[in-house]
Design a protein around this ligand. Structure first.
Ligand code: BEZ
Length: 236
C-alpha cells in the first residue's frame, strides 16, 4: 500500500517547520560565537571578553526607551554583586556607540548616579542579535530582552527571553548565577525558589552510596508516597 500523508499529518509537518523556522540558533550548551563587536569601551572579541569568567550578555530593544533605561541602570547598581562573584557584564542595544554614550548619561542620572562600568555593544544593523539569538520571535526585526549566561568554557549555561514589555528582575539574575555556580562545583541541583544558604538537592545520577561519600555532612531523604528515595536534600 502506498504511503500517503493525511491532511492532519501534513498540517502537523507544516507546523513543525514553522516552529523550527522560528527556533533560535544559539541555545543551552552551544558555544558563544566569537564575534567582534563595537562597544562603548572599544572593539571586543566575545571570547576574549569572557576569558575565564562567567559572563552575562543582555540585550535591549533600543536606546532612550523607558524599561531599558531602568534595566541598564539596575545592572549598574548590581555591578558590585556581579563583581563579587567574578561575573562580567556585557549589554547590547540596537543603536550605535554615539547614541549609547549619550543614553548612558540618562541611565546614570535616573539610577541615582550608579556608573555604567560595563560595555554596551552597538548593533545598529541588528546583525549581532541574530547571531546571538536575541531576536523577538514575534517580530524578527526587533530584539527582545534576551539574556545569556556564558560559562568560562564559552558555552551558554542559561538563557532568558522576555518580551519588550517586561523588565527583568536583577535579583533573579544573581540567584540563577549562584545556582549555576553551585551546581557546577558540586553534584547538586537547586530546588524551586532556592536562595543561597538553603538546602540543595542531590542529582539523581548520584547513588545513595556515592552520596554518603560525596556529602559527609549527610543528607535527608523526603518520605514520599511512592516510597522512592529520589528527593534528597543536603547543604553545601
Ligand atoms: C522599553 O524599553 O521601555 C520598551 C522598548 C520597546 C518596546 C516597549 C518598551
Amino acid at each position: 500500500m502506498p504511503c500517503s500523508i493525511t491532511s492532519s499529518a501534513k498540517i502537523s509537518q507544516f507546523s513543525a517547520f514553522k516552529v523550527f523556522d522560528k527556533m533560535p540558533g544559539l541555545t543551552l550548551g552551544d558555544k558563544l560565537p566569537n564575534l567582534e563587536v563595537e562597544t562603548t569601551q572599544g572593539k571586543i572579541k566575545l571570547h576574549d571578553y569572557v576569558g575565564d569568567s562567567y559572563t552575562i550578555i543582555f540585550s535591549h530593544p533600543g536606546d532612550f526607551t523607558p524599561v531599558c533605561t531602568t534595566e541598564l541602570g539596575m545592572m549598574a547598581a548590581y555591578a558590585d554583586k556581579f563583581a563579587e562573584r567574578g561575573v562580567k557584564l556585557l549589554g547590547l542595544s540596537c543603536d550605535d556607540v554615539n547614541s549609547h554614550n549619550e543614553w548612558i548619561k540618562d541611565i546614570e542620572v535616573f539610577n541615582n548616579g550608579h556608573k555604567v562600568t560595563y560595555p554596551i555593544a552597538a548593533d545598529p544593523k541588528r546583525e549581532i542579535i541574530k547571531k546571538l539569538n536575541m531576536v523577538d520571535p514575534e517580530d524578527t526585526q526587533s530584539p527582545s530582552r534576551a539574556l545569556h549566561v556564558v560559562g568560562p568554557d564559552k558555552k551558554i549555561k542559561l538563557s532568558f527571553l522576555y518580551p519588550a514589555s517586561t523588565g527583568r528582575n536583577m535579583d533573579e539574575v544573581v540567584r540563577v548565577l549562584d545556582s549555576l555556580m553551585k551546581a557546577s562545583k558540586h553534584n547538586i541541583a537547586t530546588p524551586a525558589n532556592w536562595n543561597p544558604g538553603e538546602p540543595v538537592v542531590i542529582a539523581p545520577s548520584v547513588s545513595n552510596e556515592e552520596a554518603k561519600k560525596m556529602f559527609p555532612q549527610g543528607f535527608d531523604t523526603a518520605d514520599l508516597p511512592s516510597g522512592k528515595d529520589y528527593l534528597r536534600f543536603t547543604n553545601v
